[in-house]
Design a protein around this ligand. Structure first.
Ligand code: NDP
Length: 434
């Protein structure tokens, strides 16, 4: 802790996990002997680099790039790249640490890593985004590879950016391999990767509702934050499963649509036009736009799916959700709930699905993309979707089994942390002190 005192997001993520691991560590004295806890919080490698690029005015811009290769006990480092002005070493480390346990939960052989840059793509031209991606990959390319470290997308890194990054890697290394996931379908991408995180969140929710409450999405009102990749496809799947989604948001404000969000309009505004969510209200009669993204948590509903960013639900917002009838909160974004919010869920018997379990569908399908690249073939949408669904159901089952084993029956948070951790810890013990 002393070593990372200036990294609040990282410490928050570690504290949340370690608080739940007490019964696991008590049952496994070999972990203490092997120094597993001390080792798992120290990244195997932290890479920080300068990214210099030229903007459309001919001016040189400088950003900072990161890649944190956190843990390779169960597979090559795997985790997304985030481009956002709020990216710091602390943010990348919290995401990388979560990724270790998340990837373990998918049942696929992937270690944990994460990266990104404080580059802000808002208002940048397509050519500027391309030049930034090329500059970023010029440095990153020497540290990654299909058997070493396989990055993917995250906030502001979608199909366009992955395309530019992949092209530059191929040019520099003269090698055509599955070094990135989330690629275009023409060059090694997997069907259903775009939908995977959002769909996975809903498959997870549906399964947890079935097992713990004998219930489903059918007839429920759903409050969603964000309007990016995760939010859009969570909304689409929730609607397919019989729910009505009444909100989406961005960092400026939120949309309330009492008739149910029209996902096609969201996709047109966000994916095609790269516009702001405000425009939804100008196009869909009966919907309203409200300034301020936090207001989304004051909307009445049964199920809340935070799908935007970290710490977007604080204690006060969580209390509002509960007061308005929400009894299920499942996280699409990484660490969207503050510790105070989680306390509110626990006090009020909310069915709480933590991010590292609920949003693991994205990286799971990335793992399937790696398999397809290795086999040099591609599966159909239906095949990938069916595998995704069964992985999400398995994550619920494994989390509940671990929760029971460690004396906290029904606790999806403790269960996810324990199940994810044990597999990595066993591998670390078996491989000796590294
Ligand atoms: P996108 O860039 O596609 O979308 C991010 C969305 O969140 C945008 O609507 C953005 O609005 C909004 N947002 C960002 N910051 C804030 C903020 N401070 N307040 C309110 N809204 C905000 O990213 P993704 O959908 O890919 O990622 C969303 C979350 O899901 C992240 O936590 C990410 O780590 C997590 N995740 C993503 C996975 C994936 O496969 N993509 C996999 C697992 C987790 P604006 O346009 O205004 O910035």
């Amino acid at each position: 802790v002393a070593r990372d005192g200036d990294q609040p997001e990282f410490l928050q993520a570690v504290r949340e996990v370690f608080e739940t691991l007490q019964p696991v560590v008590e049952k496994h004295p070999e972990y203490e002997k092997a120094g597993v806890l001390e080792r798992i919080v120290e990244p195997e490698r932290t890479i920080k680099f300068r990214v210099a690029w030229v903007d459309d005015e001919g001016k040189v811009q400088v950003n900072r790039g990161y890649r944190i290769q956190f843990n390779s006990a169960i597979g090559p480092y795997k985790g997304g790249l985030r481009f956002h002005p709020t990216v710091t070493e602390s943010v990348v480390k919290f995401l990388g640490f979560e990724q270790i346990l998340k990837n373990s939960l998918t049942t696929l052989p992937m270690g944990g890593g994460k990266g990104g840059s404080d580059f802000n793509p808002k208002g940048k031209s397509d050519a500027e985004v391309m030049r930034f991606c090329q500059a970023f990959m010029t440095e990153l390319s020497r540290h990654i590879g299909q058997f070493t470290d396989v990055p993917a997308g995250d906030i502001n890194v979608g199909g366009r950016e992955i395309g530019y990054l992949f092209g530059q890697y191929k040019r520099i290394r003269d090698e055509y391999s599955g070094v990135l996931t989330g690629k275009g379908l023409e060059f090694g991408g997997s069907l259903a990767r775009t939908e995977a995180t959002g769909y996975g969140v809903c498959y997870y929710t549906q399964e947890a509702l079935r097992v713990l409450r004998n219930d489903s999405f059918e007839g429920k009102t759903v409050v969603i934050s964000g309007s990016g990749n995760v939010a859009t496809y969570a909304a689409q799947k929730a609607e397919q499963l019989g729910a009505k989604v009444v909100t989406v948001s961005d960092s400026n404000g939120y949309i309330y649509d009492p008739n149910g969000i029209n996902v096609e309009v969201v996709k047109q505004i966000k994916e095609v036009e790269r516009g702001r969510i405000k425009e939804y209200a100008e196009r869909v009669p009966g919907s309203e736009y409200h300034e301020g993204s936090k207001g989304v948590w004051t909307v009445k509903g049964d199920i809340a799916l935070p799908c935007a960013t970290q710490n977007e639900v604080d204690g006060e917002s969580a209390q509002k959700l509960v007061d308005n009838g929400v009894t299920v909160v499942v996280e699409g974004a990484n660490m969207p709930s503050t510790p105070e919010a989680i306390e509110v869920y626990q006090k009020n018997g909310v069915l709480y699905g933590p991010a590292k379990a609920a949003n693991a569908g994205g990286v799971a399908v990335s793992g399937l993309e790696m398999s397809q690249n290795s086999y040099r073939l591609s599966w159909t949408f239906e095949e990938v979707d069916a595998k995704l669904k069964s992985i999400m159901e398995e994550i619920v089952a494994n989390s509940l089994a671990a929760a029971k084993e460690y004396g906290h029956e029904g606790d999806l948070m403790l269960g996810a942390n324990a199940a994810g951790f044990v597999k990595v810890a066993n591998a670390m013990v078996a491989q000796g002190v590294l």
